[in-house]
Design a protein around this ligand. Structure first.
Ligand SMILES: Cc1ncc(C[n+]2csc(CCOP(=O)(O)OP(=O)(O)O)c2C)c(N)n1
Ligand code: SF4
Length: 270
């Protein structure tokens, strides 16, 4: 009989028999694969993983995994993931969903989850649109996408997810895109290993309602962080996050030995 602790699991061991209903070419397929690659890389037993999502095309992801999963309510992935982690700290808990789920209806939960700093990895699949409900603008929709199919245009500038997370105090902030599965699976694995709230902003194309513009923008602009970039240097992180929405990789990683005082009006923790 095999010892469960010595079995080397493969990415496919984390998939169930259900075939995703996503449109052909949707970026979320690559995100699903990246989840399974990260789990296999860390060789986590399936029954030790729980993935909690909200509602949206991207939020279907837990339904395709052979792990615990919960496709909850729109915008409510984080409260439920936090409750689960509080009740079952032994589980590896991840949350996931879309930009609408995180930055529109669910946005009130995001800073408070960050403040509590649970050991949860949160992957937001940002297609800068509401996919499931057929192409309405979301808080991350760029004004440049005005002419794209399905969008009537927005007047407001988009939110900056990584900067938002960093400014609220998230200790681990990363960004990548679904076209780079090697980086995404590595970032998910790093997020799982980081002992606190890990936020991963993943640009993921909606081929049906976003048109070509989003993919072209990704192809044209994404690049790695500079070679001398130090994700532990908060001033450098601030400058990068304010100036460069296309730098990919680990953007901020709070050193684990750093005191808990974050410059707010609270007293430093001894
Ligand atoms: C309380 C509530 N309000 C609205 C909806 C309708 N709704 C379902 S998914 C969605 C937005 C989905 O966009 P996003 O979260 O970005 O995910 P995507 O489908 O793009 O992956 C909306 C508005 C809902 N299901 N529940
Ligand atoms: S509508 Fe867009 S986000 Fe939804 S499955 Fe299709 S391509 Fe993906």
């Amino acid at each position: 009989m095999n010892d469960l602790n010595t079995i080397q699991r493969k990415p496919t061991d984390y998939r169930n028999e259900y075939k995703p209903v996503w449109c052909t070419g949707c970026g979320d397929y690559a995100v699903l694969k990246s989840f399974t690659r990260a789990f296999a890389k860390l060789n986590i037993p399936n029954e030790r993983i729980a993935v909690v999502s909200g509602i949206g095309c991207s939020s279907r992801l837990p339904g395709y995994l052979d792990t615990y999963g919960f496709n909850t309510l729109h915008g409510r992935a984080l409260p439920i993931a936090q409750g689960l982690k509080a009740a079952r700290p032994d589980l590896t808990v991840l949350a996931c969903g879309g930009d609408g789920d995180c930055f529109a209806i669910g946005t009130g939960h995001f800073p408070h989850a960050i403040r509590r700093n649970p050991d949860i990895t949160y992957v937001v699949m940002d297609n800068s649109i509401y996919g499931l409900t057929k192409g309405q603008a979301s808080p991350t929709t760029s004004r440049a996408f005005k002419e794209q199919k399905g969008l009537i245009g927005v007047e407001e500038p988009p939110v900056n997810p990584a900067y938002f997370a960093f400014s609220m105090g998230a200790p681990f902030v990363a960004r990548t895109h679904a076209g780079n599965m090697a980086e995404l699976s590595d970032l998910i694995a790093q997020g799982i290993q980081y002992p606190g709230f890990a936020f991963i902003h993943c640009l993921s194309v909606c081929v049906t309602y976003q048109g070509r513009g989003f993919q072209e923008e990704i192809d044209r602009h994404v690049h790695a962080t500079p070679a001398n970039y130090n994700p532990g240097d908060e001033r450098a992180v601030f400058d990068l996050l304010r100036s460069d929405p296309f730098a990919m990789g680990v953007l901020y990683k709070k050193p684990l030995d750093e005191a808990a005082f974050d410059g707010n009006r609270d007293v430093p923790v001894e």
